[in-house]
Design a protein around this ligand. Sequence first.
Ligand SMILES: Nc1ncnc2c1ncn2[C@@H]1O[C@H](COP(=O)(O)OP(=O)(O)OP(=O)(O)O)[C@@H](O)[C@H]1O
Ligand SMILES: [Mg+2]
Length: 411
Amino acid sequence: MGRNIITALDIGTSTIHTIVAEEQRREGGLRILGVGVAPSAGVRRGAIVDIEEAAQAIRKSVDEARRSSGVPIKSVWVSVGGTAIFVSSSRGVVAVSRADGEISHEDVKRAVAAAQSFLPRQPNRETLHIIPRDFKVDNESGVKDPVGMHGVRLEADTLIIECSSSFLKNLTKTIEHVGLSVDDYVFSPLATAEAVLTKRQKELGVLLLDIGGGTASFVVYEEGAPMQAGVLPVGGAHITNDIAIGFRTHVDVAEAVKLAYGSCIPDDLPKREHVRLADFVEGETAVYSRRELAEIIEARMGDVFELLARELKKINRTELLPAGVVMVGGTSLLPGILGLARKEMRLPIERGILQEFSSAADDTTMPSFAPAFGVVLWAYKMAREDGAGWGRGFQSFSGSRWAHWLRSLIP
Ligand SMILES: Nc1ncnc2c1ncn2[C@@H]1O[C@H](COP(=O)(O)OP(=O)(O)OP(=O)(O)O)[C@@H](O)[C@H]1O
Ligand SMILES: [Mg+2]
């Protein structure tokens, strides 16, 4: 029997991560065989803007993973994010088909399909995931698994994740340009949640936040299922740009200054601690205080948390997530970011940790590697559930697949 290899590819705005894993047939579970990391190129806010440049960067990351794992890589599972993602919700209602009123898988499938069809048609969009959040049987709401229940009317409340068709076409074309085929796509924060959230956090109510270089993406779980998600077009690169403007210097210098001295809490810093640009680049003479630097970072990050708080307000969860916020992504490494987020969002905040493979990445690499680990777990879960899940191609699901699919939603 051939080996079952999963390769995950996370094409970020700053970094491209590849992970090769193998399913352990005998022992069960997964083993990480190799990883690859390369600086990103040709990507803006999560979307490919230059196919040739992006393909070169992907090739570098995949080649490194190929070398370190020692296995050939032909196809990849790919995370998608960025501003080409559209999140909406939709309800679908159907009459229960059986004369005795017992709800079947088929009814559930029709209710979810109806929810999708109620969504206004957008010609240039593709559906990535249709996720049922809840069902209503006659007047009984909050039903998680309606199959086997009795009723006349079945209503499905779904979260729908779509992305722009041209975005997906460019992504596919770029990956094919590297000589790889795409196994499937997954919305990045959904995959990341697989890597860092516990089942208990998902049940209690939690917001997973991935702050990368060009985007901040999030998903909110409640009662075990995703209830809201989104992508904000801000990330660490915006902080770097603000520093470059504030300190009148090049972005590369600003990035180095951020990594060496950045903090989100100006009040903690003595006024007299200085940042000398001469330490980073020859010829620069300017000297700024670390407090000024932290003020720039605090202002930008404060805006990000304010935007997130607004997203929570939209779904009436302001200060109301018992398991709080779990943060990953490279920008989550900024000193003081947890305190700032706690202050702005009034929720418990923690950094994400890998629930599995905890030895595969250290504290400094793990936050930006988390989405790729998530993609590996997502792919593994999809394979074990016979290809079922909140994946694409929902229309082709058979009844038994549907049952699996639904079961994976039930805590
Ligand atoms: N120690 C650190 N302190 C502050 N910022 C950091 C640190 N390490 C990395 N970053 C920032 O994290 C960002 C990169 O994070 P990450 O690799 O998660 O992004 P990405 O996945 O490429 O981007 P995106 O998900 O937005 O497309 C950069 O802006 C970088 O400056
Ligand atoms: Mg990312």
